[in-house]
Design a protein around this ligand. Structure first.
Ligand SMILES: Nc1ncnc2c1ncn2[C@@H]1O[C@H](COP(=O)(O)OP(=O)(O)OP(=O)(O)O)[C@@H](O)[C@H]1O
Length: 326
């Protein structure tokens, strides 16, 4: 029987003796080879979820199966099926070589001694670190360390890889390399649970996106499902010099029927983002019209483009904030 890489069923996790619900009735599954991104604002419950999937934390209620093994009742089997990448500078013996570190972690992962050399060579090759096998870990760059984290997590052939912010703090070209490694691992049939604050990264990598808020699932599906849920298809942007003639609240009011309007003050300018939930054929013209009928100068820099995951996420985050206020 082939199992899902991961299956959460009505999982909750409380803290502070049940007073705080960090994760609340979460259910989702990840198939072999699927990249599943868990997205949410700070404090939404992503890391708590990842920790439960790794067996580091136990759920207060519900069940988590990794490769068919329950993380509570078959925790050792579940743990053997998971590789976790925490990233950063910690997690290795910095003065020992790449090879010594990999040998140490291979033993911890239960890789039989005779298979260790072959598996380590293969993994270092896959993450393009073969040339660094005799280098001390503290001489590696951040990107190289991150690739070593991934190689370490793959020791013992896990069925599920947990990646918590795998490219945070990395230069764009290094982040690209890490994303290529992630795609390669998925192509080999490993299920991947990814948390990231980078929406372009999620857009590029994820087969399925789940947006959580206050530990609860808002929506899960492919990108089209997320756009549909958020009711966004087009986004317009323009800027204005602050003036007394019109305020951000006025502009929010103009479009309150069919858009969410966000305003940020940047370098003595108001930058507006209009997230259309019911865009007309020419949203550009609608904006021009609103300024023109009030005899206000039309911003010269209006652009309209297809909405992105980031836009959909902003809408959902905004609506959830609204729900909380109510
Ligand atoms: N050990 C703990 N005791 C009490 N509260 C906790 C504990 N761990 C996490 N929390 C709380 O649970 C909530 C969810 O935290 P979590 O770290 O899972 O969020 P997150 O989505 O990963 O956030 P971020 O994007 O900032 O990393 C937060 O409000 C956090 O303060």
């Amino acid at each position: 029987m082939s199992s899902n890489a991961l299956e959460l069923t009505h999982v909750s996790r409380d803290f502070n003796h049940g007073k705080f619900h960090a994760v609340n009735d979460l259910s989702f599954m990840i198939k072999p080879g699927e990249i599943f991104a868990l997205v949410g604002v700070n404090g939404a419950g992503k890391t708590t979820t990842v920790k439960m999937c790794s067996t580091l934390l136990t759920p207060t209620s519900g069940s988590i199966l990794v490769n068919g093994y329950d993380t509570v009742t078959s925790s050792q089997n579940a743990r053997n099926a998971v590789g976790m990448v925490l990233g950063g500078d910690r997690g290795f013996y910095p003065k020992a070589t790449v090879l010594s570190n990999m040998r140490f972690f291979a033993s911890l992962a239960g890789v039989p001694y005779r298979q260790q050399s072959e598996q380590i060579d293969d993994l270092l090759d896959q993450v393009n670190l073969s040339e660094k096998r005799t280098a001390c870990v503290n001489t590696l760059s951040r990107g190289q360390k991150q690739r070593l984290h991934i190689a370490r997590a793959l020791l013992g052939n896990p069925k599920l890889l947990l990646l918590d912010e795998p490219t945070v703090g990395l230069d764009p070209d290094i982040a690209l390399q890490i994303r290529d490694v992630i795609t390669m691992m998925a192509n080999q049939g490993i299920g991947i649970l990814l948390t990231s604050h980078s929406m372009p990264e999620v857009e590029e990598l994820a087969d399925t996106v789940a947006i959580i808020n206050n530990g609860k699932m808002c929506v899960q599906g492919n990108l089209a499902d997320i756009y549909q849920y958020a009711h966004v298809s087009k986004t317009s942007m323009f800027s204005l010099a602050p003036s007394e003639a019109v305020t951000p609240d006025d502009i929010k009011q103009w479009f309150s029927n069919n858009a969410i309007v966000l305003c940020r003050s940047v370098s003595a300018k108001w930058n507006f983002t209009i997230l259309w939930n019911n865009a007309s054929e020419s949203p550009q013209q609608d904006i021009v019209h609103q300024f023109s009928v009030r005899e206000l100068a039309v911003p010269p820099d209006i652009v309209t483009r297809p909405s992105t995951l980031e836009d959909a996420f902003l809408v959902i985050a905004q609506e959830n904030r609204h729900d909380e206020i109510i």
